[in-house]
Design a binder for this molecule. Structure first.
Ligand code: MG
Length: 309
């Protein structure tokens, strides 16, 4: 019996999925699908590896290798791993980047964005100064985000504070909410016309196993084949662009909330935010925080203490 491992891009995986659909058996953990044909078992993993096992492994695998350059399928040498995500030069590929904003800010929503950036555009975007949004001013972000939005397929989701507080009260914690928001954005984006892509890069806020576990807990079908990368904003211009869109959306939402309140809400967290929240409680009562703030933050308790002074 022989074992052959291929790495296939998304387009090839889809072809394989269709090709073997009539032979699917129960999908093992961490797999995308498993099919059994005479004398060969084919297991495709979410990591884009496809393992052919059995006396006909060679025959089956060759079918896909024959797709040659167009499939980018290649045989992994024995016992070596696919390159770890952090060593991939993502800007040489067509990528969808994903990032979020507003997570550490007491006031305002959590936003998530994903954007498709083809490799031919990465240089130009770098030259425009697109980098991790944390290293850009909100002024620059507000100039550049609308430009990105007109030029590239993208999708954005917003979790307003009342909904955030409601989910939190139901035991759906921050990471789960982020996962859900990202998944909604990705689902919307993938419904649009995108020529092709090599990677969907998620700026890693939890490891891959935990991310997918949230979806089984919540009984939601996630977009799969994500590549989780730590500090991805600095490794992929697509993720940097997503971070710009997410921050832009957060800033816009804060402007709207500030208008509603009649004065500017502070971003971030810290002493100034504690005092602002205390003032809000004094003026409009504790329940007013539901509209503007992430109530489970320690800020709420500090503000209650300050307001009582
Ligand atoms: Mg991030």
């Amino acid at each position: 019996m022989s074992v052959i491992t291929l790495v296939a891009d998304e387009a090839t995986l889809k072809k394989m999925e269709n090709f073997y659909a009539d032979f699917f058996v129960k999908t093992p953990a961490h797999a995308r699908f498993q099919a059994k044909v005479p004398n060969c078992t084919i297991t495709a993993y979410r990591s884009q590896k496809v393992v052919f096992q059995g006396t006909k492994a060679d025959y089956e695998a060759k079918t896909w290798q024959a797709f040659g350059a167009s499939t980018q399928a290649k045989v992994l040498p024995n016992k070596t791993q696919a390159p770890s995500p952090t060593t991939i030069a993502f800007d040489q590929f067509d990528c969808i980047g994903c990032d979020e904003s507003g997570v550490g800010d007491y006031f305002g929503p959590v936003t998530a964005a994903c954007i498709y950036i083809p490799k031919a555009e990465t240089r130009r975007l770098q030259a425009l100064g697109i980098t991790d949004s944390k290293k850009m001013t909100d002024e620059r972000i507000s100039e550049i985000a609308p430009q990105l939005m007109t030029e590239f397929p993208h999708a954005i989701t917003i979790l307003p504070n009342p909904k955030y507080n409601q989910l939190q009260a139901q035991g759906i914690h921050g990471h789960m909410m982020k996962a859900l928001l990202h998944n909604q954005a990705l689902t919307k984006l993938l419904q649009q016309e995108i020529a092709r892509y090599d990677y969907i890069i998620m700026d890693q806020f939890v490891n891959e196993q935990a991310y997918y576990r949230y979806f089984s807990t919540l009984k939601v079908e996630p977009v799969r084949n994500l590549t989780f990368v730590e500090k991805a904003e600095s490794k992929s211009v697509a993720v940097a662009a997503a971070s710009v869109l997410a921050r832009y959306t957060y800033v816009k939402a804060m402007e709207k909330l500030s208008q509603q309140l009649g004065r500017p809400l502070p971003k971030g967290a810290g002493k100034a935010v504690d005092r602002f929240a205390a003032q809000l409680i004094t003026e409009s009562g504790l329940e007013s925080l539901n509209e503007y703030a992430k109530q489970h933050f320690a800020t709420t308790q500090k503000a209650i203490a300050l307001a009582a002074e």
